[in-house]
Design a protein around this ligand. Structure first.
Ligand code: PLP
Length: 379
């Protein structure tokens, strides 16, 4: 069945499943207890911190495992709010994920300045520099957008944020939930940003992710009552889930070396054929650098729920946009920020492939879209 909703979540990767089962069977102990089994679990846990540092950069101790990007957004922005001067303002991209926007609104109510972006949603480095010059005390720009797949210049934003504040640096939060696993993550851990991510976006189980601190910050503590994760995040660690996250990331980092350009080619020819097959279709942010797996298309004829229901009958699974906001009233805030009219936004379909998606899956999806388009055109 062609599954094209990988930006929402992915199936467990084979290596992640194997590692998860093995750790559950052999290293299920609580790493904080004094037993011999626990000592072994602690060693394994340390090795996963090491693995992330090797893959992404930075110090192993600066990785704090948690339940994922939503928890990470609240932890990081809550931490900033506690540390920054009262009334400090932060500069935020309007196309951030809903969890980041919600955390920003909670911890910086009335203190958010929206960063300008181009028609595709890309925030320029100049816009961030202007915000910093105007006194922004924090910057929030994701690595890649979950709906459009648009890629942001996070590395350059990290560099200017690091140098801002007269060299003292201004904190930068980079939500890498959609970048990791799809594009090489090297440098994310050493760029000076606060990075958040969720393992289930790249083949790990749901409910495990991490925050990468830019540097040692003993005050970063999301919750109390235990000294897990060096006191940064109390609560018994999900060692098997963390092991699976590290294994899944290794697998993805190997995959894009070999396959990324081929997968991008498949997406590009799908887009060309879709536009030819269904006149009136529009690809959001076409012509802008995007994730190799993501197509956000405004469809002709009728609203997305009807497209999705009919595609589903043909075993083709796509979505309307972010899964977290499925069922909420109104069109996607990302499309609204891009100036897409509400009527058009209600016809948007998000199509997101995975590493396991084949060329034949893309062809099957195109055929299903063509059939459904013919049906819907006829009313
Ligand atoms: N950030 C982005 C860009 C996402 O796509 C998602 C999930 O859709 C999240 C954050 C939230 O991730 P989670 O639900 O795993 O906490």
């Amino acid at each position: 069945m062609p599954y094209f909703d990988h930006n929402s979540t992915t199936a467990l990767a084979d290596t992640a499943r194997e590692v998860w089962l093995r750790v559950q069977a052999e290293n299920w102990h609580n790493p904080s207890s004094p037993t011999r089994g626990a000592a072994r679990a602690r060693i394994w846990l340390d090795s996963y911190h090491e693995a992330l540092a090797v893959l992404l950069g930075g110090e192993p101790a600066h990785y704090v495992f948690n339940s994922g990007a939503t928890e990470g957004a609240y932890a990081v922005l809550g931490h900033w709010a506690a540390r920054l001067p009262a009334k400090a303002r932060i500069a935020v991209a309007a196309t951030e994920h809903a969890c980041v926007l919600a955390a920003a609104a909670r911890f910086f109510p009335g203190l958010i300045d929206w960063l300008p972006h181009d028609a595709a949603g890309v925030v320029s480095v100049a816009a961030v520099r202007a915000a910093l010059d105007a006194g922004a005390a924090g910057v929030v720009v994701m690595a890649a957008n979950n709906e459009t797949g648009v890629i942001q210049p996070w590395s350059e934003i990290a560099a200017i944020s690091r140098a801002a504040g007269g060299g003292a640096g201004v904190p930068y939060l980079c939500d890498a939930a959609q970048w990791l696993g799809k594009i090489p993550g090297s440098g994310l851990g050493s760029c000076g940003a606060w990075v958040i991510a969720s393992g289930h976006k790249f083949g790990a189980p749901k409910g495990v992710g991490f925050v990468k601190m830019p540097a040692a910050d003993p005050d970063f503590s999301t919750q109390g009552g235990g000294l897990q994760e060096a006191g940064h995040r109390a609560g018994t660690e999900d060692v098997a889930g963390i092991a699976a996250l590290a294994a899944a990331l290794v697998e993805c980092e190997q995959k894009h070396v070999v396959w990324e350009s081929q997968r991008l080619g498949w997406r590009e020819s799908f887009e060309r054929e879709l536009l030819a097959a269904l006149p009136g279709t529009r690809i959001v942010a076409a012509g802008t650098e995007r994730l190799w797996n993501t197509v956000f298309a405004v469809m002709p004829h009728t609203e997305h729920s009807r497209w999705i229901a009919r595609l589903d009958k043909r075993d083709a699974q796509v979505s309307t946009g972010a899964a977290c906001t499925t069922g909420k009233d109104g069109p996607s805030h990302v499309l609204a920020a891009l100036g897409v009219a509400p009527g058009d936004a209600r016809r948007a379909l998000r199509i997101s492939a995975g590493w396991g998606t084949t060329e034949a899956d893309w062809a099957a999806l195109l055929a299903a879209l063509r059939d459904v388009g013919a049906e819907l055109k006829g009313g």
